[in-house]
Design a protein. Structure first.
Length: 323
């Protein structure tokens, strides 16, 4: 069985990848148990290594011990609001961490899958067509800037050193085990607890990707993509919806709750809009889960797992925002 190092395996999307594919690969997870992580997210049969991907000696020792065929990098600081309060941890994990993994991949001849985001494109509110992989990147918030910086760095390593790297740009993802700071789980928590959900005032559109579709595409990229390529990972175009529509649907499914309009976050992007035609053509990657099913399955998971939700709320208090 092939071995994979999967970083960020205690976070939302990394844990979904491990859960779906732990029977197909020997997976060694690396996570520094930061914001977004939960020890409850550990998937079966995954070796749980606690460590910082930016710690070069630790990553070197791990790669030597494990001898993986590839590294799949989900580890990142991901919460946009935290990046606005302080972005140092974002540069550390998202750029310096990716650099250490790239150097290890180069040294040991490994493939590196860099899991990136549609947020690197910036705001599509004025765009006349959906972004393709050839569209220029123009990230606007500090989180997205670090993800874009990592992409540019890895692209240069591909051209300068022949790094076997590929990049996936995933759309806004929902599903089980997403940290309760993020919109959909936060909405479920607020509605269940009888607290108003704070919704940004300006209508914003997102392409809502179910997490299993996201990780199936990452796996397809790992196994089939050409080195140096970038792939947009998006749901079917009908899964684009306004955030207020999705939150209202969550409220209906929970059966109660209030929505309170609040001032937009700074650097608030009003639309992310991508075409995933290249992934469907080259990776044969077709998303299976439509918007309504994605919302239903997601909401039901949080309703059915109150102990996980309670543990996540306790964990938030222990993760102070960086200065
Ligand atoms: N959630 C989305 O909608 C979305 C969409 C597209 C792309 N992405 C990307 O997917 C990846 C995973 O996102 P997520 O939503 O699961 O995030 P998450 O915050 O739930 O999980 C990230 C995990 O990375 C770990 N981590 C962070 N820095 C680390 C470091 N230096 N060393 C070791 N571990 C570290 C955290 O502890 C956490 O467990 C990220 O790279 C993100 O940019 C997310």
């Amino acid at each position: 069985m092939k071995s994979l190092i999967v970083t960020g395996h205690l976070g939302f999307i990394g844990s979904a990848f491990c859960t779906l594919f732990c029977k197909d690969y020997r997976i060694i997870g690396v996570d520094y148990a930061g914001p977004g992580s939960m020890s409850e997210n550990l998937a079966p049969d995954v070796e749980d290594v606690r460590g910082d991907i930016a710690d070069e000696p630790a990553m070197e020792a791990l790669v030597r011990r494990v001898k993986p065929t590839a590294i799949v990098n989900f580890a990142a600081e991901t919460h946009v609001d935290r990046s606005i309060v302080g972005d140092l941890a974002f540069w550390h994990s998202n750029v310096l961490g990716a650099r250490v993994l790239a150097l290890e991949a180069l040294k040991h001849g490994l493939r590196l899958v860099q899991v990136s985001t549609d947020e690197v494109y910036g705001d599509a509110r004025e765009s006349g067509s959906a972004w393709t992989e050839d569209s220029p990147i123009a990230p606007r918030n500090p989180y997205a800037v670090t993800k874009g910086a990592a992409e540019l760095m890895l692209g240069s390593y591909f051209r300068a050193h022949g790094l076997d790297v590929l990049i996936t740009r995933g759309a806004n993802t929902i599903g089980p085990r997403q940290f309760v700071e993020k919109a959909v789980p936060k909405a479920v928590s607020c509605f269940v607890a009888g607290k108003p959900f704070p919704l940004y005032r300006s209508p914003a559109r997102r392409m809502w990707l179910y997490v299993d579709d996201h990780v199936r595409a990452v796996r397809a990229a790992l196994e089939r993509a050409r080195a140096g390529e970038t792939y947009n990972i998006a749901p079917q175009p009908e899964s684009e919806a306004y955030t207020h529509e999705v939150i209202e649907r969550v409220r209906q499914i929970v059966g109660r709750g209030e929505i309170e309009l609040v001032d937009d976050r700074k650097a608030y992007d009003l639309r992310y809009w991508m075409s995933a035609e290249k992934a469907s053509r080259e990776l044969e990657c077709i998303p299976r889960v439509g918007l309504d099913q994605a919302i239903r399955t997601t909401v039901q998971w949080y309703v059915d797992n109150p102990r996980w939700v309670e543990a996540a709320h306790k964990a938030i208090c222990s993760f102070a925002s960086s200065p």
